[in-house]
Write a protein that binds this ligand. Structure first.
Ligand SMILES: Nc1ncnc2c1ncn2[C@@H]1O[C@H](COP(=O)(O)OP(=O)(O)OP(=O)(O)O)[C@@H](O)[C@H]1O
Ligand SMILES: [Mg+2]
Length: 251
């Protein structure tokens, strides 16, 4: 790992993850305006990492973040984030958490795909009128099940990604899709998800069984367009409200 501080490189053109050490592995952070997937199975800290990015950027640079959740109620997210130590008031003022989980529950099953894309865009456009956002999180892409059901899924997803790029914010889309091709999967003809191809970057989180009893968190940059990034897995640690990486001690 380089010894230079993460803030040294590419500060103006990149959004830092504020995972100590990982920003160096990303060449300074995520290129501004990129659409990036944060992928991983349940409990791998996808939401926490996304919120960390919004929170720390607000705390360090007055950037404004929008967090749209279809998964968890707003108060559940807020209390989870407070319990992680993200409780200082100033940066929180610059983060808007918008919960559409309830509306989804009420009308979701019977509603057409187009409604959801249009609804999401309308919500974002309304928020944009009030505030100029720099970072956007959608938690999660998978919760928009219509994308699975819809005819022409690829073009729907493609249009959503294009719309996000035109908006110009740096976007983090949370997804449960593993995004890590396994040898067995590839031999069995497993297809990568459409979102994997469309995204500018993929940050993958996983739990790794070290031995019979120990499991460690891991993080890896699978891809990041326009960036010479490291490709290896790092151990991901969260302590005293700060994420950091170390080289894994054992594989
Ligand atoms: N204060 C804390 N310190 C360290 N780890 C924590 C703390 N609070 C929660 N965690 C860990 O974070 C996990 C939940 O993280 P998070 O909700 O971000 O995961 P997720 O990948 O978004 O999960 P899901 O797929 O269920 O939404 C918990 O299972 C716990 O292991
Ligand atoms: Mg989550």
């Amino acid at each position: 790992m380089s010894s230079s501080p993460d803030s040294d490189r590419g500060a103006s053109s990149r959004v830092r993850t504020f995972v100590e050490g990982f920003d160096n592995a990303l060449g300074g952070g995520v290129p501004k305006g990129n659409v990036v997937l944060i992928s991983g199975l349940p409990g791998t800290m996808k939401s926490s990492l996304a919120y960390n990015i919004l929170f720390q950027n607000s705390a360090h640079s007055n950037s404004r973040g929008l967090y749209v959740t279809l998964e968890q109620r707003r108060d559940s997210i807020v209390s989870q984030m407070y319990s992680m130590g993200f409780a200082r008031e100033e940066p929180l003022k610059n983060i808007e958490i918008f919960d559409i989980a309830r509306i989804k529950k009420e009308v979701g099953e019977r509603t057409e795909a187009k409604f959801w894309i249009e609804y999401l865009k309308r919500v974002i456009n309304l928020k944009r009128k009030v505030s100029d956002f720099n970072t956007f999180v959608l938690d999660s892409l998978d919760a928009m099940e219509f994308l699975e059901r819809a005819e022409g899924k690829r073009s729907q997803l493609f249009r959503l990604f294009e719309w996000l790029r035109e908006w110009g914010v740096t976007t983090f889309l949370i997804t449960e899709a593993p995004s890590e091709p396994t040898i067995q999967g590839l031999m069995g003809g497993e297809k990568r998800s459409e979102a994997d191809y469309l995204a500018d970057g993929i940050i993958h989180l996983k739990m790794h069984q070290v031995n019979d009893v120990d499991v460690q968190r891991r993080i890896r940059c699978v891809k990041m367009r326009g960036t010479r990034h490291e490709t290896s897995y790092f151990a991901l640690v969260f302590e005293n409200g700060v994420f950091s990486i170390t080289r894994p001690m054992s594989m």
